[in-house]
Write a protein that binds this ligand. Structure first.
Ligand code: 0RQ
Length: 513
């Protein structure tokens, strides 16, 4: 009975999710655990959504502001979005229903660098945090919390919130006990001290989260798995992108700018990231390290076969098979994986000190290397910037990867001018599509444009880009970063109007004049 809860004050506050949800009031700012579908509360948000629905049916307003670590799952973002229960959501999301509501203009969403969230909360930028709802693996006899499959911003939420609801999830492996490193040495400017992480493996904090027990108003027991992301097989396009990256890394080793141990790797999630991880294994590397946000199945495989010696992150994002693998070999993985708060996993100071190799996906890049990671056609948010900016700006190398076309070729991933910019040309060093790789280091804007057009653009769009660039070089107002402003976003406008960036297929006059 209550075998995960070893402190009386917590067992005294045990209640059902429905009762706990009744403690949430309209208008509250509620900070929840959760990062890339891991470690989010599984029961209270659903019960809360039911209350909200009942209130709405009775003609009463019931919305809250929701802050998390990153994306969660249908049981949190999905149910609250369906119940029309959120005024404001931050800082990253991937739920389809939530995305639809945001893009239909029904609610507010703030997209924030993941390393910024905790400090902005402490600076008071998001106002008072009324309530924290945090999933944990268990409660120790001393009343400390054993973190779950993600750490995210939980330390900050537990410290800042007026009240706390704890979900103790029996489904989460108890063997995770000891894998976390929670740093309590942060202070506000001007009293900040250096973050003492000098190697990927450094432990600088404690394994457990502290909580002021007098703030805990409810404890709910759950038994439910994280959102289990299936491990998609690598497709041919992603494999080509991965091959270009691996050739580049070999080239850097031959040039003496990297050793065979590379530098700590940050990798996003998704098809291309999986292909890159699989490629690293094929590449014969041994003893690499990763300083990243998310441990996905591909990382476990690399740790198992010795390609990766150690990985520091803030969250797991495993498939069912990945979880089974982790649980079967947990003692092995515990020695080789560390989960930190996201303000540490994504800390600019540490990323720059360690010299991370930042590998991220993108929606589009323009001919100068400005990268759009978030907004399709400049206005429809996909997921958010996540940690890509933390790593791209501060890494030793910043690499952005994408197929050269999207939506069956109706969209070019390389455009004259990015319709939204998350990473400026100053942050982008390497661009990769299945067509090839553009090494932008040490190049001026005009030189960058030619390399990107030659190496990364799809053949269907390359002549159009070349034509734009040639005419811009002649007719642009300034000749440093040549642009034709009346035309720079015309590809996007054409897509909105005709569903195709190609003028010929869309039946409009060809761009080539
Ligand atoms: O949409 O699924 O509807 O077909 O975007 O695209 O090619 O499968 O690539 O999964 O790597 O996602 C930038 C979104 C790329 C991701 C982005 C459409 C495409 C498809 C997915 P469909 P792919 P990926 C670590 C770091 C920001 C956060 C980040 C991302 C869908 O990498 O969210 O880097 N990055 N975090 O069809 C219209 C275009 C498009 C396009 C792609 N030009 N126009 N649609 N798509 N390009 C993780 C964390 O921070 C937590």
């Amino acid at each position: 009975m209550h075998h995960r809860i070893h402190h009386r004050a917590f067992t005294d506050r045990l209640m059902s999710a429905a009762d706990a949800a009744r403690l949430v009031q309209p208008g509250m700012t509620v900070a929840m655990s959760g990062f890339t579908g891991a470690g989010y509360p599984k029961a209270v948000p659903g019960a809360l959504a039911e209350h909200m629905q009942q209130a709405h049916d009775a003609g009463q307003a019931f919305k809250i502001n929701v802050l998390t670590g990153a994306s969660t799952a249908p049981e949190l973002d999905g149910v609250l979005a369906k119940a029309d229960g959120m005024n404001l959501r931050l800082p990253y999301m991937s739920d389809p229903e939530l995305r639809r509501r945001i893009n239909d203009g029904e609610m507010e969403y703030m997209d924030i660098h993941l390393s910024h969230v905790a400090q902005h909360a402490w600076f008071g930028f998001y106002g008072k945090i009324d309530l924290a709802i945090v999933e944990v693996v268990g409660v120790t006899a001393e009343g400390q919390l054993i973190p779950s499959s993600s750490v995210g911003n939980n330390k900050t939420w537990l410290e800042m919130a007026d009240k706390v609801i704890i979900e103790v999830n029996e489904e989460q492996s108890a063997a995770m006990d000891g894998m976390h490193d929670i740093y309590y040495g942060t202070a506000l400017p001007p009293h900040r001290q250096p973050v003492p992480i000098t190697t990927v493996k450094d432990r600088i904090g404690q394994p457990y989260l502290d909580v002021d027990v007098s703030k805990v108003i409810a404890v709910v027991e759950t038994k439910a798995p994280d959102r289990l992301s299936p491990f998609a097989p690598v497709d041919a396009t992603s494999e080509k992108i991965a091959d270009h990256l691996l050739d580049f890394l070999d080239h850097e080793i031959r040039a003496g700018r990297l050793t065979e141990k590379l530098l700590p790797i940050q990798s996003g999630v998704g098809n291309i990231a999986n292909a890159v991880l699989a490629g690293l294994s094929r590449g014969g590397y041994k003893g690499l390290q990763s300083y990243t946000e998310v441990i996905q199945d591909g990382m476990l495989s690399l740790i198992k076969d010795g390609t990766l010696e150690f990985a520091s992150a803030t969250s797991f994002s495993l498939s069912e098979a990945g979880i089974a693998e982790f649980n079967q070999n947990v003692d092995y993985y515990r020695e080789r994986i560390l989960l930190r708060p996201q303000e540490m996993s994504n800390h600019p100071e540490v990323i720059r000190r360690l010299g991370c190799i930042a590998l991220n996906g993108m929606i589009e890049a323009d001919i100068y290397g400005n990268v759009n990671s978030t907004n399709v056609v400049g206005s429809h948010v996909m997921n958010g910037i996540g940690g890509s900016g933390d790593f791209a700006r501060n890494g030793y190398l910043s690499v952005f990867m994408s197929p050269s076309i999207a939506k069956g070729g109706k969209i070019s991933g390389i455009v004259p001018m990015a319709s939204h910019v998350d990473h400026t040309e100053h942050d982008t060093m390497i661009l990769i599509t299945e067509q090839g790789l553009a090494d932008l280091r040490g190049l001026s804007p005009k030189q960058r444009a030619q390399v990107i057009i030659d190496n990364c653009a799809h053949p269907d769009y390359r002549p159009m880009l070349q034509d734009y660039f040639d005419r811009a070089r002649k007719n642009s107002y300034g000749k440093h970063t040549p642009h034709l402003l009346d035309e720079a976003l015309s590809w996007h406008q054409r897509y909105i109007e005709t569903g195709d960036m190609q003028p010929v297929r869309s039946g409009l006059l060809a761009d080539a004049r």
